[in-house]
Write a protein that binds this ligand. Structure first.
Ligand SMILES: [Zn+2]
Length: 425
């Protein structure tokens, strides 16, 4: 038997859970995934720089990357794999070739979040001894389970009658919507005829499957750095150009951008800072924020208005502003024929008690880059949800994955992939 017993998958998920790594710092995680892949019938394995273009967004500075690199090394990540991830080029693509047939892709994301994990005895990872070992970081969105699903599906496909090529995309940096774009453009998607992306939970319980998630808000993350002129706040205030004032003016007015009659839009100034002391007219200030839209066009409308506000606020206070993109993802829609197929297969899979055909995410996801890449080349894509009971909500310290949902997810995804190759919808 080559197939993982569920205990193996649970052990992998717990190991990843103990070592959460945020965007572009998934060094241990990628090395651990490579370890797993090398024991399996994988025909081609691409790692790090081989799976991403240079066009990465929201990459942390070198000091930060180095600290996480070292931490991964200390945790036992393999040196040869680490070398290929230098500079924060994380992630992997595994290819399984099994005769003539279409190329089916599965996209799973692998990054964690800067959230402290609960140490309460009622939180299963705390009680079970696999709580995060990195203070302030946690797999609070189930991406540890997603990486595990990717491995489990390779096992299941190796044992199945699947005919075609399977590509599993272990994508980094979803949480900052930074990894989807550079992976989508890497060339590895170019021959993919069908793509499934997967997420666990999302308020759907264990045993429930959603065949097609839609309602991805297109999103754009930005950072605006304001530069003014410093001056003595008491003696010569008129000689200063106050960068904090420019930033504050921008924050107020970002939230004053008009709604759009075509659909939902969002704006948030989420992180601000600036200045050095009470008696100095501040020279530097910044705001990091995001705009979203129900469609990519609506997001673009918000982005253009936001840029106008940022520039005008700088101008108003005699400051300069530099605006950079920190992350971005378009909207996307799951294709009907794939949704129907996954719903069919899900309904026949052991452990599945309820199948919902479609549901709306109401958030953002950069799997949309990969989905659109495949769709624009004439292929089909769907975003599948595997329900899991989760005590705390996503992105909270008490979030957890019900491990019973992992083998169900593997079965639904593998059976769907096999059916896609056989039926070529
Ligand atoms: Zn997530």
């Amino acid at each position: 038997m080559s197939r993982s017993a569920p205990e193996d998958l649970v052990a992998l998920r717990r190991d990843l859970h103990r070592h959460p790594e945020p965007a572009w710092r998934e060094f241990y995680t990628t090395a651990r995934i490579v370890d797993e892949l090398e024991t399996r019938p994988v025909d081609e394995l691409y790692v790090g720089r081989e799976v991403l273009t240079d066009d990465r967004m929201a990459v942390p500075d070198e000091t930060d990357l180095d600290a996480w690199f070292e931490r991964a090394r200390e945790a036992g990540a393999r040196e040869d794999v680490l070398e290929s991830l230098a500079g924060g080029y994380t992630g992997a693509v595994a290819v399984v070739r099994r005769g003539d047939g279409p190329t089916v892709g599965l996209r799973v994301d692998i990054d964690a979040l800067p959230i402290a994990e609960s140490d309460d005895g009622s939180h299963a990872p705390a009680a079970g001894g696999y709580r995060s070992e990195t203070a302030g970081y946690m797999h609070a969105c189930g991406h540890d389970a997603h990486a595990t699903l990717g491995i489990g599906v390779i096992d299941a496909i190796a044992e199945s009658d699947f005919e075609g090529t399977l590509k599993v995309f272990f994508q980094p940096s979803e949480e900052v919507v930074g990894g989807g774009g550079p992976m989508a453009e890497s060339g590895h998607l170019d021959d993919v005829d069908y793509l499934l992306a997967v997420h666990v939970g999302l308020d759907h319980p264990t045993g429930e499957i959603v065949a097609g998630i839609d309602g991805f808000l297109a999103v754009h993350h930005f950072r605006a750095a304001f530069t003014g002129t410093p001056a003595h706040a008491g003696a010569k205030p008129e000689e200063g150009d106050n960068a904090v004032l420019a930033m504050a003016t921008a924050v107020q007015n970002l939230h004053g951008i008009s709604r759009h009659s075509d659909g939902a839009t969002r704006v948030n100034a989420g992180l601000v800072g600036g200045g050095t002391a009470t008696n100095i007219v501040p020279e530097e200030a910044f705001v990091e924020g995001e705009v979203r839209g129900e469609t990519t066009e609506l997001m673009e409308y918000m982005r253009e208005r936001a840029v106008r506000v940022l520039r005008s606020a700088a101008e108003m206070h005699g400051c300069e502003v530099e605006i950079t993109t920190e992350g971005r993802a378009p909207s996307a829609r799951s294709d009907d024929t794939l949704v129907d197929l996954v719903a069919d297969v899900g309904g026949e899979t052991a452990g599945v008690e309820s199948v919902i055909r479609r549901d709306s995410l109401g958030g953002s996801e950069d799997a949309t880059y990969l989905m659109r890449r495949v769709q624009e080349a004439g292929g089909l894509a769907a975003y599948v949800n595997v329900g899991t009971d989760h005590p705390g909500g996503h992105h909270t310290g008490t979030f957890d994955v019900d491990e019973a949902s992992i083998p169900i997810g593997v079965d639904v995804l593998a059976a769907s992939i096999e059916a896609i190759a056989a039926r070529r919808p």
